[in-house]
Design a protein around this ligand. Structure first.
Ligand SMILES: NC(=O)c1ccc[n+]([C@@H]2O[C@H](COP(=O)([O-])OP(=O)(O)OC[C@H]3O[C@@H](n4cnc5c(N)ncnc54)[C@H](OP(=O)(O)O)[C@@H]3O)[C@@H](O)[C@H]2O)c1
Length: 242
């Protein structure tokens, strides 16, 4: 597992990655439209902010209206950022459709989808995972990611291509952190989904990728970094222990 970092440092890392892998232009996504799910705080917010700084028009979204308004107003204050927001619980079909419709109505198309939403309602041995928790985890983390991708691919194809990014986890690559069994399996499933879709969508000019963050200090991962024993267990899996 890689070291724990704060969201602001994660955002900084994204920025330096971009700077080290692209030419000097800081507006390389000018003219592009991006949709980011679960983007009113944490990793999704950091991604939305970076995409907006890189010139993309960004549609922010999450379940709670007040958080959407707050996130949009924060980003609107940043120079050169074009952002709008809409409520979208990714597990609800009508919300996903409305997210796409609002983006098309507002910005005229979709070039980038970052599927970032996840749920983890349970913690403990996988054999003790209640069926309803398993269903929720796979509904939010895998099925809704797939259904969103399914709906945006034809729109991207019409524009000559696009980019889909799923947010998996180090837990999907190394499902060894105790207590995160079902969540880890769902994140592993995203790696498979990425490979299958990447193969099927390449001929349309649609790239499909996946990122697998280590532990980032957010609300979502609070149970890990606020517990000394779990922090120790996580650090024990990192060769540099940091
Ligand atoms: N933090 C980590 O250490 C870590 C490590 C690896 C991978 N990840 C992955 O990174 C992603 C983001 O996690 P995070 O740590 O940034 O979480 P976070 O800081 O707790 O933020 C969660 C965001 O998701 C929204 N959200 C929650 N459920 C949603 C749903 N069903 N539909 C739409 N939006 C929803 C929340 O807003 P509302 O409450 O308004 O919905 C909020 O904006 C997840 O896929 C997670 O698995 C996180």
């Amino acid at each position: 597992m890689s070291r724990r970092v704060s969201v602001s440092r994660f955002s900084g890392t994204l920025r330096s990655l971009r700077m080290s892998t692209t030419a000097a232009s800081s507006r390389s996504l000018e003219g592009k439209v991006a949709v980011v799910t679960a983007s009113t705080e944490g990793i999704g917010f950091a991604i939305a902010k970076q995409l907006a700084h890189d010139g993309a028009k960004v549609m922010i979204s999450s379940r709670k209206q007040d958080k959407v308004i707050d996130a949009v107003s924060k980003l609107e204050k940043e120079q050169g950022c074009t952002v709008k927001g809409v409520v979208c619980h990714v597990g609800k079909t009508e919300h996903r459709r409305n997210l796409i419709k609002e983006t098309l109505d507002t910005f005229g198309g979709i070039d980038i989808l970052v599927s970032n939403a996840a749920a983890n309602p349970t913690f403990g041995p996988i054999l003790e995972t209640p069926e309803e928790s398993w269903e929720k985890i796979f509904d939010i983390n895998v099925k809704s990611a797939f259904l969103l991708a399914k709906d945006v691919v034809p729109l991207m194809k019409k524009r000559g291509g696009g980019s889909i990014v799923f947010v998996s986890s180090i837990a999907g690559l190394q499902p060894s952190l105790q207590g995160l069994g079902a969540y880890s399996v769902s994140k592993t499933a995203l790696l498979g989904l990425t490979k299958v879709l990447a193969n099927e969508c390449a001929h349309m000019g649609v790239r499909v990728n996946c990122v697998a963050p280590g532990i980032i200090k957010t609300k979502f991962s609070g149970a890990l970094w606020q517990s000394e024993s779990l922090t120790e267990a996580a650090l024990a899996q990192i060769p540099l222990r940091r």
